[in-house]
Design a protein around this ligand. Sequence first.
Ligand code: LUZ
Ligand code: MOS
Length: 763
Amino acid sequence: MNHLDPVRHVRGESQYVDDIPTQRGTLYAAVFESPLAHGKLLSLDFSAALEQPGVVRILTAADIPGENQIGGIVPDEPLLAEGHVHFRGQPVALVLAESEHQAQAALAFIKVEIEPRPILTDPRVAAAQGELIVPPRTFRLGDSAAAWSQCAHVFEGVAESGGQEHLYIETQGAYAYPTEMGGVRIISSTQGPTAVQRHTAHVLGIGMHQIEVDVTRLGGGFGGKEDQATTWGALAALGAYVVRRPVKLVLDRMADMRMTGKRHPYSSDFRIGLDADLRIVAYEVTFYQNAGAAADLSPAVLERTLFHATNTYFIPNVTATAYSCRTNLPPNTAFRGFGGPQGMFVMESAIVKAAEALGVPASTIQRRNLLRENDLFSYRQPAEMCNAELSWDTADRIYDLEQSRAAIAAFNAGNEQFKKGLSVMPICFGISFTKTPMNQARALVHIYTDGTVGVSTGAVEMGQGVNTKIAQVAARTLGISPNRIKVESTNTTRVANTSPSAASATADLNGKATQMACEVLRERLLQHACNEYTLNYEGLEITNEQVLAAGVPADTIWEKLVSSAYWKRVNLTENAHYATPDLHFDPTTNQGYPFAYHVYGTAYTTVTVDCLRGTYAFDAVQIVHDFGESMNPAIDQGQIEGGAVQGIGWMTLEELIYNEEGRLLTNSLNSYKIPDLYSVPRHMPVHFLDTPGHPRAILRSKAVGEPPLMYGIGAYFAVRDAIRAFRPGHEIDFSAPITPEKVLLNLYPSAVPAPVAPVVVSA
Ligand code: LUZ
Ligand code: MOS
């Protein structure tokens, strides 16, 4: 089945928040941001701004009727700054005007006095000063301290990975309408409609039943709208609630880049010990996460870093500690992989460090330490239906590691200016929200009297194709054509108390709920058919035996079956609740069974570096991926390609630079480089690993959203490999992204003077 949306997208018919026809009387909002990264708010002067044409009202924290608080995990984040500002771009006031231009123009007339305070941008400095968001966490397996003596080889090092801008094509935004009885209806570009509803109700001091949030689709989310869509939904709602007029707030690209949080930069220390057979005996790692100025989702991201700290390897002795460090940057947030990639980058760095020192290919160490069936992760869940070795060996069989390496060696021997590099990146990603209670979903299915079907769930369509998958589940379960099915907008009044569309789990959770509701309806219709014994449809005689033999009602008799059921007063609506079975996790011992299952895969990345210019191009990323029984191979392959390219961007091109004043210098697409047509791999074969899938996955089709991002980590190591082909033995920092600039500095370490660069907050 094709993805339902692309034709509409290409024709420009899909509606995003900014495309909704505006109601008469709509006001436009613009956000006045803190110009300093840290300080005490002394005064705000709106007198000149209020005199600008079209300006209707300017709101501050003082206008909030409820509590000025939108913190999720930790209540540490005001909706509008109060008393102090903690990052540049923090919302301080909301201008409401008759036009978008007038609202924006008025911002320049607001005067603010701030007494500056010291600015922190480095997580290690923050940790040293005790600026932690939550107490540190440690995951432990075995006894690493005692294990060093058993190691033939021990290596240590530092690894740094940078942040990443989400760059969803649709920027953040919301459109709020006052409803009668003092409520608000919000159309929001959010992955988490219930989060917008809950926080807005709290901010307005009213019940959640007074707030309706509706989401048709997003132009991308990638985690950036899991938690951080709430600010704009709540601000628009505040305006609508106070002024009793519709309020629209849509960020322009540069405002979005300045004001919103990103992937967390990490700075980490590692120590790895191997025995004489290159088995990893012990691993110790300390992560310093740059959380920014408020908790947001940082503690959960930090936890997932610990879950994935050993990637897809079995290591008997592990101590992994993580610090979430408070700095004066915009609060960093969920981003595809949710801390997992940051943890896995350090693991791979440790292996490469050992491999380079020992003079063996990293792949030798990687292959020897892959998880096997029932091996324990550090959190004590066993690797069940483990496909780590299967995906590695399948990749070797079809892409041939030895042969690939030999071809690269031959190329490198015959070329001076161009060098090729190769890496192997095996992945393992746990599927489920790590916070067990979030693993629940509901579906509401209506069969209308003409046989068409409306399905509502908590799933948010953000381009990933979840609506297509939901329609497939309903069609398959009811035994009807997907053309009869409409997947409705995600609306908090139809499906309540939803988890965000996140954690790669949306199709599993909402798909299973849809399946359950449709199974009940199908049984009920079959029962109805049996009760009627014989249904006479325009000369077509069908007995209950035939209906039962068919298993599900055939499409041709569906309409008659449904309408006859209605006339017999059979309930044609069903609501189902799904909660992933078997999950448990104890955050005090950091042990349990947090994941429904794991997704595995392996990627070979080949790159050609121009050793005169420092530029590079990816020849190929060859992938073997564990889809289970893919229910939609086209959508799933799209997720693999997009995810891998997004990972390549994070690891090679995308460099966020804040100066020491906490100002984002890479604040637009001419200074922040994302992958384009020329930087994607020329070849990207995706082999579907042949497995039976997993029963906890929807239709045994495994989650596919986040795992492929981590194939991109291989890009960093492939580039590094090519640099070392040009300059054998050269020590290269484990510091991502490895931009063309960094490549050049590594190719000519002594010839290039140390650059006078702005402070790079790569961590
Ligand atoms: N969001 C969340 C996530 O709240 N919990 C998670 O475990 C998670 N994992 C990945 C992406 N988003
Ligand atoms: Mo996400 S990082 O699954 O919102």
